[in-house]
Design a protein around this ligand. Structure first.
Ligand SMILES: [Zn+2]
Length: 280
């Protein structure tokens, strides 16, 4: 069921009407989708690097302290230039990456990472390989086929393995403010969150609850949710200037400055940890 104005919810099967800017939302579970065209590529992450690395520290801390026997091998889906791989290797994990963009995969290899080129889960490089951890850092929301990707996780995760989905949240304060502004006809901030007009836009927006439902329906149990940092005040201006006019940059800079105290309490990014539900 997918006509021009309707989509079927990939999480709960409910009906998702389309709004005037072509975003679909499920009235039952809150899952959101867009029908923008997907392609390999990502936003330049330079201004975000320190925030992302701090988040990687929190994620690796959980992976190391919570699970027994210890988790060793990690597969990073959409690993780009290997930022997470280098970090996790420093934390003692055996790291592997999969990256659809050949130039980025080569860059990661030059930095000493073991990286295959291709899309998950169809890349030939994956073969029958299995891992203790499969992690998606800002990549899950770009992959069109949710059922295919979760089946791929099942196929390539060791029995006691952990899947980590680190992604933007529709339950965050920035998303709430951007959605509110869109009700008054100001669509810029919401388009920016969806990465509309950027090479690889977001195809999905989840919150912890509907992501849990999606995985539960596919044989996984949510183990933990970490609320992560979405931005920091250092380099905030650089981030606001990216792909924006000077006017839009000033407005978003002031808005993000004002919302900063609330951004940890109602975070715009989270990491969810899943294990196989052995009852399934
Ligand atoms: Zn739904």
């Amino acid at each position: 069921m997918k006509d021009a104005n309707m989509m079927k919810c990939a999480v709960c099967g409910g009906v998702m009407p389309k709004d005037e800017a072509s975003y679909y939302s499920c009235a039952s579970c809150g899952y959101m989708a867009s029908d923008m065209r997907a392609s390999a590529g990502s936003e330049s992450a330079d201004a975000l690097e320190s925030v992302r690395v701090a988040n990687f520290g929190d994620i690796c801390g959980v992976l190391k302290s919570r699970y027994s026997p210890p988790l060793k091998s990690v597969l990073d889906i959409g690993c780009a230039g290997g930022l997470f791989l280098k970090f996790a290797a420093g934390e003692g994990f055996d790291c592997f990456g999969l990256e659809p963009e050949p130039a980025k995969a080569s860059l990661a290899r030059e930095r000493g990472c073991v990286v295959g080129t291709g899309f998950f889960p169809d890349a030939e490089w994956l073969g029958g390989k299995k891992f203790d951890v499969i992690i998606f850092n800002d990549s899950f929301e770009h992959i069109p086929n949710l059922a295919g990707v979760i089946n791929g996780i099942k196929r390539h995760l060791n029995e006691n393995g952990v899947a980590v989905i680190n992604l933007p949240s529709s339950g965050g304060i920035i998303f709430a403010v951007a959605s509110l502004l869109s009700k008054f006809g100001v669509w810029g901030p919401l388009h920016r969150l969806w990465q509309r007009g950027i090479v690889s836009p977001h195809l999905h927006y989840f919150n912890p609850k509907n992501l849990e439902i999606l995985f539960a329906r596919n044989g996984f149990k949510m183990d933990l949710v970490l609320r992560l940092k979405y931005y920091s005040l250092d380099r905030l201006w650089t981030r606001c200037r990216y792909h924006s006019s000077i006017f839009a940059s000033v407005i978003s800079f002031l808005g993000l400055l004002l919302l900063y105290p609330f951004s940890r309490w109602k975070s715009d990014v989270f990491a969810a940890f899943f294990r196989r539900d052995m009852k399934n």
